[in-house]
Ligand binder design. Structure first.
Ligand code: GAP
Length: 442
C-alpha cells in the first residue's frame, strides 16, 4: 500500500468521522499521539454492534465455541514461549538526512522510501514491537511485563481451564475479544495500522488428522460472516493464501478488503499445528496435552485460528458505506442537492431509527414514540432544523430509517417512514411500526 495513492474517500471519511464523533485522534488537545484513536458516541455504538455480531456468530450461536476474557498483562514467560520476545520485531533503517525510520522490507515500496530522496541509510537494526511496562513498585528488569501483542496467547494458556469448566471435548474452540498493543513503527491509513487495537480471535482445538477439514470449514464460515452478516460486497473481498508458511503450519490465508489505499488484511485464518501448545508445554513444564477417551491416547491438540481486527473491520465498513449522491431539496432554485450518506448495514448502524417531529408542537407524542423505540433499537430524536436538514444529518451517520410524526398522526395513528437508501416514504400504522422496523433491521 502506498501513501501517495491514498485517495479522496479516506480523507473525506477521516473528516466525517471527526466531525460527527465516530473516531478521532487520542488526546488531541495535547497534539494527539500517533497510532492511537478514540471512538466517540457513534463510533463506539458501531464498534460494539460489530463486536456483538461477531460474538453471536462465533460463540453464542454455536455449541462448540466457548468465550474467554483474559487479562491484558500475563506472566512474562507467556511471551517468551510464544516467541514474541525473541522474534516479534521488524528490521528498521534510519535515514541519516531526514532522520525518519523505515521498515527495511518496505523500502522498495513507493511512499515508504525516504521522501527526501536520500540514499544514506543506517544498517538494518531490530526493533521489538512488544510494549513494555512494569508490575510492582520497582522499575527494574525483574519486574518487566508486556502488554499482549495478540489476544490468542492467553487462550492457549487457559485451554485446559476452559475445557474442564465447560466440560468440552475436542474438537472445540475458545474465542476472545480484546485489546492488543504493538509498537508499530509506521502507524498509518487512519485506524488500519494502530498501536492499540481490538482483536477478535478464535482458536479451534482439534485432532491433527481432522485439522485441514476444520481449516476449510472456518475459512468458509469467516467468508460468510463478511458477506452475509456484515454484507460487505464479495467483489471488494478476496482470499489471499500465504506464499510462505511457518514450518509448523499446514495452511494460512488472509481475507482482504479493497480499501481506498489498496487491498488490506482484515483477518488471518491460520493452521498453527501444535506449535503453541508445544511451546507452552515446554515453558511451563506441564504437558498441555488432551486425553482422548475414544482413542485412549494423550496428544497435543492441533489449532486452527481465525484472527481479525475489529478496528479494521469498522474501517472497511465505513469505506464501503461512504457515498455522495443527490437528494431532493427545498433550497431556493434547486431540485436536487448533493448528500453525503453512509450505506451502513442496519445491524451495525450506530443509530437504527431517528424520530423527527415535523413541528415542535408535536414533541409530546414524538418523544413518547422515541422512548418506546429506544427500548429495543438504537434510536435518536431530533427536533432542530428543517426536515431536509435533519434527513441529511441522519444520512451522514448511516441511519437506515427516519420516522416523521406529523399533524395527521393524531388522526390516522400512523407515521411516515423514510428509507435512507431508496429515499422512499411509506405511511405505517403506529401499531405495526416496531415490527416493520425490526423486520428490516436485523
Ligand atoms: N494471532 C494471530 C495474529 O495476531 P496478525 O495477522 O498479526 O495475527 C490479526 O493479526 C489481525 O489483527 C489482522 O488481520 C488485523 O485485522 C489486526 N491487526 C494486526 N495488527 C494491527 C494493527 N497494527 N492495527 C490494527 N489492526 C491490526
Amino acid at each position: 500500500m502506498n501513501a501517495a495513492i491514498e485517495n479522496d474517500t479516506l480523507t473525506k471519511l477521516v473528516a466525517l468521522c471527526k466531525r460527527r464523533g465516530f473516531i478521532f485522534q487520542s488526546s488531541e488537545i495535547y497534539g494527539g499521539i500517533n497510532g492511537f484513536w478514540d471512538y466517540g458516541p457513534l463510533g463506539v455504538a458501531m464498534r460494539r454492534a460489530v463486536e456483538q455480531a461477531w460474538w453471536r456468530y462465533m460463540v453464542e450461536q454455536r455449541d462448540n465455541v466457548e468465550g474467554l476474557d483474559s487479562t491484558i498483562i500475563c506472566h512474562p514467560r507467556v511471551w517468551k514461549a510464544s516467541g514474541h520476545l525473541d522474534k516479534f520485531s521488524d528490521l528498521m533503517v534510519d535515514c541519516m538526512d531526514c532522520k525518519k525510520r523505515f521498515r527495511e522490507d518496505q523500502l522498495a515500496t513507493p511512499g515508504e522510501c525516504p521522501a527526501c530522496g536520500s540514499k544514506r541509510l543506517t544498517e538494518p537494526r531490530e526493533f521489538n514491537l512488544m510494549m513494555k511496562t512494569f508490575v510492582g513498585p520497582v522499575f527494574d528488569d525483574e519486574h518487566v511485563a508486556w502488554l499482549r501483542a495478540e489476544t490468542c496467547q492467553p487462550i492457549f494458556v487457559d485451554f485446559d481451564q476452559v475445557r474442564v469448566a465447560a466440560r468440552q471435548k475436542l474438537p472445540f474452540g475458545i474465542a476472545q475479544v480484546g485489546k492488543a498493543f504493538r509498537n508499530e513503527i509506521n502507524p498509518r491509513f487512519f485506524t488500519f495500522r494502530s498501536r492499540e487495537f481490538v482483536q477478535m480471535e478464535m482458536e479451534f482445538f482439534c485432532r491433527d488428522d481432522e485439522s485441514m477439514t476444520w481449516y476449510e470449514y472456518w475459512r468458509e464460515e469467516r467468508w460468510k460472516f463478511y458477506t452475509e452478516v456484515l454484507r460487505l460486497p464479495a467483489d471488494r473481498l478476496q482470499l489471499h493464501p500465504h506464499d510462505k508458511l511457518a514450518h509448523y503450519a499446514k495452511a494460512a490465508v488472509d481475507i482482504e478488503f479493497a480499501f481506498p489505499f489498496g487491498w488490506g488484511e482484515l483477518e488471518g485464518i491460520h493452521h498453527r499445528g501444535t506449535w503453541d501448545m508445544q511451546r507452552h508445554s515446554e515453558f511451563c513444564g506441564e504437558p498441555q496435552t488432551y486425553f482422548d477417551q475414544e482413542r485412549n491416547e494423550h496428544y497435543l491438540p492441533t489449532v486452527v485460528e481465525t484472527s481479525c481486527g475489529l478496528d479494521r473491520i469498522c474501517l472497511a465498513l465505513l469505506c464501503n458505506a461512504y457515498d455522495e449522491d443527490t437528494a431532493p431539496t427545498k433550497k431556493e432554485g434547486m431540485d436536487e442537492d448533493t448528500r453525503v450518506v453512509l450505506h451502513l448495514p442496519a445491524a451495525v448502524a450506530p443509530v437504527q431509527v431517528a424520530v423527527l417531529p415535523l413541528s415542535r408542537k408535536l414533541e409530546e407524542p414524538s418523544e413518547a414514540l422515541y422512548r418506546d423505540l429506544k427500548r429495543s433499537l438504537r434510536a435518536d430524536y431530533d427536533v432542530t432544523g428543517n426536515i431536509g436538514k435533519r434527513y441529511r444529518r441522519q444520512d451522514e451517520i448511516g441511519t437506515p430509517f427516519c420516522v416523521t410524526v406529523d399533524f395527521e398522526t393524531a388522526n390516522d395513528q400512523a407515521v411516515t417512514v423514510r428509507d435512507r437508501d431508496a429515499m422512499t416514504q411509506e405511511r405505517i400504522g403506529l401499531g405495526q411500526l416496531k415490527a416493520y422496523l425490526l423486520e428490516r433491521l436485523l
